[in-house]
Design a protein around this ligand. Sequence first.
Ligand code: DGY
Length: 322
Amino acid sequence: MRNKPVILVTRKLPQAVEERLQRDYQPILNPSDRLYSDDELIEISAGVDAIMPCHTEKFTADVIARLPANVRAIANFSVGYDHVDVAAAKAKGIIVTNTPDVLSDATAEIAILLMLGAARRASEGERIMRAGKWKDWSPAFMVGRQVTEKRFGIIGMGRVGQVVAERARGFGMDIHYYNRKRLDGDLEKGATYHETVEDLLPNADVLSVHCPATPDTMGLLNSERLSLLPDGAIVVNTARGGVIDDDALVAALKSGKVYGAGLDVFNGEPENIHPGYIDLENVFLLPHIGSATEETRDAMGFRALDNLDAIFSGAEPRDRVA
Ligand code: DGY
């Protein structure tokens, strides 16, 4: 009987996912959930048929070049794959897959939480409570912004963007979006399409970012573009930190050009995020937990396994990106 393929699983995964891995493969698990260095990753890849990593492992061109030839696939436990140099993987004949669709609902929930948190000063309120500093109530106390019936601007109307739009419609918000391609009417559902980001921005009382991090979107929200937002807009990011120029956003938050920001993803995360965010009252910060629900974590694992199953049965994996 043919040996089961060996899969290097870089992080601790949900029990049901690890059980399926144990049943169908020879997994090398990481019960301590320790983040491997590049050198360790390369060393323990000796003899593995595929790697099932998260966005925390960086497959740069250098790492890919040093991976042993036995590695046939990188089946990401993530929808984003900006942590993988896809061109280098392709050149080396390594199949790369991701996990789209299954985290759209969870990420949309976090985008709405961030919007409301920023608009209603949730972080500030929480800190007042926890510090025992709540001494009085008055009509002037902790007054925030209402989002109901405001304009909700979306950069990147893919799967997550579309679910977020649906949730925002629940607040009576008027949806505007920029996407590389205009959506068909049945998906657009009355949203207003803008052909450029520059056209979208003046129409976004709340701006939510849902595009991937690519060379084209890095630093997309710079000071020139932020200046196009209506005064007092709210900025939400659940996509990737790289899409935002942090100096520019911090300056806009300080000047009041941007009323508040809700951020789940950061340049330099987890340990080197822009210090400007930490001191500001008007930012609502979360530690990259857009997809962190029990349901979604299971679904991400199963989707990554479906891709591996296809690869090892000689079929084309559904979510191949390289
Ligand atoms: C994703 O799937 O891309 C999320 O950001 C978690 O990695």
